[in-house]
Design a protein around this ligand. Structure first.
Ligand code: DC
Length: 229
């Protein structure tokens, strides 16, 4: 269990609902730490790809996950946040579709999840933590002070993803993005261990027709109403 003096806000939900952006804005607004738990699964996936480890090799993946040589460098006024894996900057490499797919596959393995559990809990330091993922409120931080579950319709998530890729100069096929998103949701929701689902006490937010700023305001309002801030 986490130390109650170190409050945790969890934001769970499917990929592409805006969790990452919102978690980072909320952490900045509150001056709290940030945990992008998906990055840990992506880093394990990237390390596996780099070292030629198969998605079924639970034994080796578990060792990789437990010994990830990774450093998270917070953003400053002049530079974006960085993730350094085995001495290399990997922030953009871990966002590749191929790495995301591998991450989703290895995330079904109980021992890999277990190997990453303590590592995630260690992020709960003073003055507080905003944690984003799939099982933050259900498994990793069940005693979080407030839990949000953020969704958006799959078509809207595919449209946003398409827009992000376009901004990077990458052409993508909408139908393929949509079917990948639906397949990823299926895998994340139907795995036996720590499946993607709202915690019983989660506050549901649907971002399909809301801007990021509107969702952020709702989160902050809710936290004020509950006397957390
Ligand atoms: O949020 P993301 O797309 O970066 O996550 C990549 C994959 O990692 C996602 O498909 C499922 C897995 N994941 C998980 O199982 N549990 C988490 N807390 C975060 C991510």
């Amino acid at each position: 269990m986490t130390n109650p003096k170190n409050p945790v806000v969890t934001i769970d939900g499917p990929g592409g609902a805006g969790k990452g952006t919102l978690a980072s804005l909320l952490a900045k607004e509150l001056g709290w730490h940030l945990l992008d738990s998906g990055a840990l699964y992506r880093l394990t996936a990237l390390a596996a790809i780099n070292h030629g480890v198969a998605a079924e090799d639970e034994e080796t993946l578990c060792v990789l996950a437990g010994h990830l040589d990774v450093r998270f460098v917070a953003a400053t006024e002049d530079s974006d946040a960085q993730i350094i894996l085995e001495g290399e900057q990997v922030e953009s490499a871990i966002r590749a579709e191929e790495v995301g797919k591998m991450a989703s596959r290895i995330a079904t393995l109980p021992r890999v999840r277990d190997a990453l559990l303590q590592r995630q809990r260690a992020f709960a330091e003073r003055p507080g933590l905003v944690a984003d993922g799939r099982d933050m409120g259900t498994v990793v931080f069940p005693d979080a002070v407030i839990k949000f579950y953020l969704t958006a319709e799959a078509e809207e998530r595919a449209r946003r993803r398409m827009e992000q890729l376009k901004q990077k100069g990458i052409d993508a096929n909408f139908d393929r993005l949509l079917s990948d998103i639906i397949a990823r949701d299926e895998r994340d929701m139907n795995r036996e261990i720590a499946p993607l689902k709202p915690a019983d006490d989660a506050i549901m937010l649907d971002s399909t027709r809301l801007t990021i700023q509107e969702v952020l305001s709702r989160m902050l309002d809710q936290m004020r109403q509950q006397g957390i801030i």
